[in-house]
Design a protein around this ligand. Structure first.
Ligand code: ZN
Length: 573
C-alpha cells in the first residue's frame, strides 16, 4: 500500500474529547472518528487492525470446533418476552417500532436469537453438542459512553453460544473455549490473564474474564504471588486469618464521645488517634427484601457483589439518607451497630478476634469507643464481604495476594438452562425423553481488544502495535521522493516485500521527513525502513524497531531477508 493513496488522517494535537490513551491515539492515528456519543466510524487503518484481530479470533474459534453464523442485529420483542428479559433489561436495550407498530430492539447480546434458532433446527441428542458464533455489531445504550471504542454504544463483538446435552458436556465446551481464548490472546501478542469472575446468582466457578494487563485498566485483578489463583476484584476471595479467641478481660469500658461534624474515617480516626483497623464502618443497604446492615473494618472496603451473592438478592444499593435515619435514628456518618433493632447485621470476617472498636453512636456528632462484639451488640452472621487488598492471604494456598490492573476483553460464562428452559429449547435424549439443552456463552470485544492492546503498549510518540495486529508489518520511509535514486531503491524494496507477502506501507508522500517519521511512530508499525541519502551513497538502509527503538544498518540487498527473518521470529515465539 502506498501512503499517498491511503487515507490516514493523523492529528498532531491531542483531541480534547479523549479521556484515555487508546482513545486519544486511535483518533490521532486516524483509525477512528466519532459520529455520535459512543458511535464511531472505523477508518482504513483501524479497519486493518480490527480485521486482523477478528481473523485471529475466527481462526481459533474454528479450530475449537465452533461454527460461524450471522445473526440479525434487529430483534423482535417477542423473543425477549419469551426469555423474560424485555422488561428487566433496562435502558441499555434500545427499543424501536417498525412501520406496523411492532416492537423490536437492537441486539445488545444474542442469547434469545440463538436459542430460538437452535430450538428450530436441533431436536435430537445426536445433533449435540454445537457451538455457534458470530463476529458482528452490538448496540448497548450505555448511560455514559466513554473511552472511545473501549466503552462504545455500538461495537463489534465475537459472541459464541454452546449447546450441550448435560452439565458434563457443557463443562467440556466451556473448557474448550477457555483454551481457545488463551490461544487467541497469546496469538494477538498481548500480556493477559484469565481470572475467575463473579457469575452472579447462577453461582459456581463457571465464569472467567480475560484481562489484558495495563496500568490504565479500569479493572483490578487480584492474583496470588505463589499459586495460579487470580480473580477480579468483585469475586476475589480472602482467606480469613485464624482469629485468636478474644478475652473478655481485655474489654474496656464502653464510652460515648463527641465527634462534632466528623463523618469520615480519616476525621474520626485522626481525632480519636486510633488506627482505621480498629474502627467499624457501618453500612446500611436497601435490598429487594428488608434492609441489611453490613460491618467492615475502617481499613477495608465493602464488596457489594459478595454481599449481594450472600443475600441471594438481585437488587442491593447503599441506603439513602431517609432509610439510614429510619434504621439508625441518626444522619449519615454516625451509624453504628450498637442498639440497632429488627435488622440483620452481617459482619466481615476481618472483625473476628478483635476488640475495643470505634463505631458510630447512632446519634448526631457522637461516636462510641471500646465497642465489643457480643457484649454491646450481636452479629447475625460473619461472612467474607469485603474487597481483597494487597497483602491479604490467598484462598487457595494462603500466600500473599497482590493486585494489578487490567482491561476486560473477554468473558466466558456457563449459562446452564436459563434460556433453554424459558424458551423451550429442548432435545430428545437416547431414551426419547425431552430435556433442556445446557448452554454457555462466550464473548470477546473486538474493538475493545484493539484498544486494550494500545493501552498496554504505547509511548510518548504513539502506538506500539504487537506485530500480529499491526495494520502493516513494515513502513518504508522514502526520505526524498524527488530523488530518483532514493525512489528507485524504495520502490524496489517495496515490491520485494510485497512479493514475500509482507504487509508494507510505502511512505511516498511529498512531506517533510520529520513528519513522516512522526506519523510512522504514531501509527505504531513495528518495523521502519528508512531510505535516504545513505541508501544512495552506501547502499545501506536503516531498519528501526518501533518497540525497542533499536536501529540497525542493513545492506539494501539483504533487508528483505532480514525483515522476513524478523517476522518469522515474532510470529513463532
Ligand atoms: Zn495462592
Amino acid at each position: 500500500m502506498r501512503y499517498s493513496q491511503f487515507l490516514i488522517p493523523t492529528l498532531r494535537e491531542d483531541p480534547a474529547e479523549a479521556e484515555v490513551m487508546s482513545h486519544r491515539l486511535m483518533l490521532r492515528a486516524g483509525m477512528i472518528r466519532k459520529l455520535a456519543a459512543g458511535i464511531y466510524s472505523t477508518l482504513p487503518l483501524g479497519e486493518r487492525v480490527i480485521k486482523k484481530t477478528a481473523q485471529i479470533v475466527r481462526e481459533e474459534m474454528n479450530r475449537a470446533g465452533a461454527l460461524e453464523v450471522t445473526l440479525p442485529f434487529v430483534q423482535p420483542a417477542e423473543l425477549w418476552h419469551e426469555s423474560g428479559r424485555w422488561n428487566v433489561y433496562g435502558k441499555e436495550l434500545l427499543r424501536l417500532k417498525d412501520r406496523n407498530e411492532r416492537d423490536f430492539c437492537l441486539g445488545p447480546t444474542h442469547e434469545e436469537v440463538i436459542t430460538d434458532l437452535v430450538k428450530g433446527v436441533i431436536s435430537s441428542y445426536k445433533q449435540l453438542p454445537v457451538n455457534l458464533y458470530q463476529i458482528h455489531i452490538k448496540f448497548r445504550d450505555e448511560i455514559r459512553p466513554r473511552f472511545g471504542v473501549m466503552r462504545a454504544r455500538e461495537f463489534i463483538m465475537k459472541d459464541a453460544y454452546s449447546f450441550d446435552v448435560d452439565e458434563k458436556g457443557a463443562e467440556e465446551s466451556y473448557r474448550k473455549m477457555y483454551d481457545a481464548y488463551c490461544r487467541i490472546f497469546e496469538r494477538l501478542g498481548l500480556k493477559f490473564r484469565a481470572v475467575e469472575a463473579d457469575s452472579g446468582p447462577i453461582g459456581g466457578s463457571f465464569s472467567h474474564e480475560f484481562m489484558v494487563l495495563a496500568d490504565t485498566g479500569e479493572d483490578v485483578i487480584v492474583a496470588c504471588t505463589d499459586c495460579d489463583y487470580a480473580a477480579n476484584m468483585e469475586k476475589a476471595e480472602i482467606q480469613a486469618p485464624q482469629a485468636a479467641p478474644v478475652k473478655k478481660d481485655d474489654f474496656n469500658e464502653l464510652q460515648r464521645v463527641e465527634t462534632p461534624q466528623m463523618k469520615t474515617i480519616e476525621e474520626v480516626t485522626g481525632f480519636l488517634n486510633v488506627d482505621a483497623s480498629s474502627l467499624i464502618k457501618t453500612l446500611v443497604f436497601a435490598s429487594a427484601h428488608d434492609p441489611v446492615v453490613a460491618l467492615v473494618r475502617g481499613d477495608h472496603e465493602i464488596n457489594e457483589i459478595k454481599l449481594k451473592n450472600l443475600l441471594a438478592c438481585d437488587h442491593l444499593e447503599l441506603a439513602d439518607e431517609e432509610l439510614i435515619e429510619r434504621i439508625t435514628h441518626a444522619p449519615r456518618g454516625f451509624a453504628g451497630p450498637v442498639g440497632l433493632k429488627d435488622v440483620e447485621i452481617i459482619a466481615d470476617l476481618g472483625l473476628q478476634g478483635r476488640i475495643n472498636f470505634v463505631t458510630g453512636g447512632n446519634e448526631k456528632d457522637i461516636h462510641l469507643i471500646n465497642v465489643n462484639i457480643n457484649r454491646d451488640f450481636t452479629v447475625s452472621r460473619f461472612a467474607d464481604i469485603r474487597c481483597a487488598q494487597e497483602g491479604d492471604s490467598c484462598p487457595r494456598c494462603g500466600e500473599k495476594l497482590t493486585t494489578t490492573r487490567g482491561i476486560e476483553v473477554g468473558h466466558i460464562f456457563k449459562l446452564g438452562t436459563k434460556y433453554s428452559e424459558a424458551m423451550q429449547a429442548t432435545y430428545l435424549d437416547a431414551g426419547g425423553s425431552s430435556k433442556p439443552m445446557v448452554m454457555g456463552c462466550y464473548g470477546i470485544g473486538i474493538g475493545r481488544t484493539a484498544a486494550a492492546a494500545i493501552e498496554q503498549s504505547h509511548d510518548e510518540h504513539g502506538i506500539i502495535f504487537p506485530e500480529p495486529i499491526a495494520p502493516f508489518s513494515v513502513i518504508i520511509v522514502l526520505v526524498n521522493p524527488t530523488d530518483e535514486k532514493q525512489k528507485q531503491i524504495a520502490e524496489h524494496l517495496y515490491n520485494d516485500l510485497l512479493a514475500q507477502d509482507i504487509e508494507v506501507l510505502l511512505d511516498d508522500r511529498d512531506e517533510r521527513p520529520g513528519s513522516k517519521f512522526n506519523d510512522a511512530d504514531l501509527v505504531g508499525i513495528p518495523l521502519r525502513v528508512t531510505v535516504g541519502k545513505f541508501a544512495v551513497k552506501e547502499n545501506m538502509v536503516d531498519l528501526k524497531w518501533r518497540k525497542t527503538g533499536e536501529v540497525k544498518q542493513v545492506a539494501v540487498d539483504s533487508v528483505t531477508e532480514a525483515i522476513a527473518e524478523n517476522l518469522r521470529k515474532t510470529n513463532f515465539t
